[in-house]
Design a protein around this ligand. Structure first.
Ligand code: SF4
Length: 597
């Protein structure tokens, strides 16, 4: 896979912030704004993801010859911009954010005389930890990477800059047609079909708690929230759709309900304003080429304290979002002492009220087989004032939520450490996590994804491992129809927010999609089998994946089918015939999975 480079190199090291996500299959907005700067100035540039860099260049770093050759290739470039925005990189199926070591390697090979700009929260974090590469023309911005770059291109000097409202609008629009989109490896498959790319669009900046926000959070530092205009967002999304994008997530918002809320300057719980967000959601849906539309965060205390206007917003989301939408709620801790020590703003009573509200409207299932809209719930461990009883309170709250029959799509327990946080009692924390996983998460998963239910459009991403090996991107055999039905495991997810990892116990060509029936549950994943398998073509591996059939039963059916075909040149005419003639009991799910084509 060759990669010709020109102009500036924009290296997308991905981002994962509380209100900005850009790890494939997502493309983030900050990287697009950077490309938007080059687009608006007509300056040539190359967009490359860190995974593409690894595939194309990592192997060249170990030998002096290939290293010199790479250095020579890079010497034609005008400069580089690196975005590193994943502070605590987790494990992602389709991409791995840039590490500090990788950035050091990049800087060691990139020509020393060329300018390099690094931006994103990981850079700030590494700098805070003492990272200080020795290089003359390197600048690590602590403000907006796009605006800092723009200023450098005008003045040839490095100064931290913040983007103006006009620049924001301009770079967002230009970014929608930039190489970060049109050259993104997930936009189209190599045979030209639409890929799984999800375009994260920014709704606003900051948090309504800017005066006295949760102590651990970076958002209040951004000051008074700055809203983008509805029409600007719609225009940007329509441009992206013209360029082939199909899936959108409204991100860059600490709370969808407070977009253009009233009383932001004075009230602890500003009053949601249903009109702008509804206009935006319905305006986006006017584009018929928009497929998946999801949102990200919600603030449960705002919903609970303003149920009237919140209901209008919730209804607008139910009418416009694709099913499987998730509103992430940050409670962080159920302990009142932790609450007051850290200036948190949602208490358990408000949380339950907001979760009940979303369940009332969102638990009905949609076309892809998923509840339309459910809350996710975030806890943080390591906050000041935590004791062993904080974890008991968290668990008790989760039990109360379940006892009320309420659904949560996901429970995220995040550990924070370092300055400003306290030590976590390891044993108690581990026990808490395990109890949540076993007694809350697993039953929730079984209820959300019931055995025998059908979910649609699962996009196949990886063979034999939950994390895609980059070799599977390069080796086209993994996408070839010839792998179909062979032994192995294929992992995939539906498009959208927080999709469930789905495993199929045989191989399917990667970068294709299927409808499946659910056959089992792991701790945080499900197993499934495709529906619509032709009984006259199905392989033994596929048949044995049907629960209750097993290898022997599958073999008997395949042998009988072969005999019928070779002796009488006849095909099987019904699913039940295949089982009866082989003397095998037909399992419960067989008639959902098998068909005669
Ligand atoms: S409510 Fe708290 S955690 Fe959420 S964005 Fe605002 S300050 Fe941050």
């Amino acid at each position: 896979m060759g990669f010709s480079m020109e102009g500036w190199l924009v290296l997308d090291g991905y981002e994962d912030e509380p209100a900005a996500f850009g790890v494939p299959n997502y493309v983030g907005f900050h990287i697009r704004y950077i490309c938007g700067v080059f687009e608006s100035r007509g300056i040539p540039y190359t967009y490359m993801t860190i995974d593409q860099w690894r595939i194309n260049n990592k192997h060249k770093l170990s030998s002096p010859d290939t290293r010199a050759k790479l250095k020579n290739e890079l010497s034609d470039l005008a400069g580089a911009v690196v975005l590193a925005g994943a502070v605590v990189p987790g494990k992602y199926v389709r991409g791995t954010p840039i590490s500090r070591r990788e950035l050091d390697q990049f800087l060691s090979i990139f020509p020393r005389e060329k300018p390099v700009l690094c931006g994103g929260w990981a850079i700030r974090h590494w700098r805070y930890d003492g990272w200080m590469p020795l290089r003359s023309n390197l600048f690590c911005t602590v403000q907006d990477t796009d605006a800092t770059l723009d200023n450098f291109l005008s003045t040839n000097s490095w100064i931290n800059k913040k983007r103006s409202i006009d620049q924001w609008k301009n770079w967002a629009n230009k970014g929608a047609s930039s190489k970060a989109v049109v050259n993104h490896p997930d936009l189209f498959t190599i045979d030209g079909r639409n890929g799984p790319l999800t375009y994260e669009v920014e709704l606003y900046q900051g948090c309504v708690r800017f005066k006295r926000g949760c102590k651990f959070c970076i958002e209040p530092k951004k000051g008074i929230p700055i809203w983008r205009e509805e029409q600007d967002i719609i225009d940007e999304v329509n441009l992206a759709i013209e360029n082939g994008v199909q899936n959108i997530r409204l991100g860059g918002a600490t709370d969808v309900y407070t977009y253009k809320a009233e009383g932001v300057l004075d009230l602890e719980y500003p009053i949601p304003n249903p009109e702008p967000i509804s206009d935006l959601l319905f305006g986006l849906r006017e584009n018929e080429n928009l497929q998946i539309l999801h949102v990200d965060n919600g603030n449960p205390s705002i919903i609970a304290e303003n149920l009237g206007p919140s209901t209008e917003i919730t209804k607008a989301m139910i009418d416009t979002l694709s099913d499987g939408a998730v509103l992430s709620f940050g409670l962080e801790s159920a302990d009142p002492l932790v609450h007051s020590n850290n200036w948190l703003n949602c208490d358990p009573k408000q949380l339950i009220s907001a979760i009940s509200h979303i369940n009332d409207y969102g638990r009905e299932r949609g076309l892809r087989g998923l509840p339309k809209l459910l809350p996710g719930l975030n806890f943080i461990a390591g906050l000041n004032g935590e004791t062993a009883s904080s974890y008991q309170m968290n668990l008790k709250l989760l039990q109360d939520i379940r006892n009320k029959g309420l659904l949560l799509r996901r429970i995220n327990i995040r550990q924070v450490e370092g300055q400003g946080f306290q030590d976590i009692p390891e044993k108690i924390f581990k026990e808490f996590k395990e109890t949540v996983r076993n007694t809350i998460d697993k039953p929730l998963l079984e209820e959300l994804f019931p055995y025998g239910a059908i979910i649609r459009d699962v996009w196949w991403e990886s063979h034999n491992n939950r994390i895609r090996d980059p070799k599977q991107v390069v080796n086209l055999e993994h996408r070839d129809i010839s792998v179909y039905g062979k032994s192995g495991i294929t992992f995939g997810r539906q498009i959208g927010a927080y999709p469930i990892l789905t495993g199929i116990p045989y191989l399917l060509p990667l970068e294709t999609k299927s409808d499946v029936v659910i056959t089992g549950h792991g701790m945080r994943s499900i197993s499934a089998v495709e529906i619509g398998l032709d009984i006259n073509n199905v392989t033994q591996n596929q048949l044995s994946a049907i629960p209750g059939l097993g290898v022997k039963g599958a073999w008997k059916i395949i042998s009988k089918r072969a005999i019928k075909l070779s002796k009488n040149n006849e095909k099987i005419t019904s699913v039940s015939e295949a089982f009866t003639s082989a003397g095998v009991n037909m399992p419960e799910l067989a008639d959902r999975i098998l068909v005669v084509k």
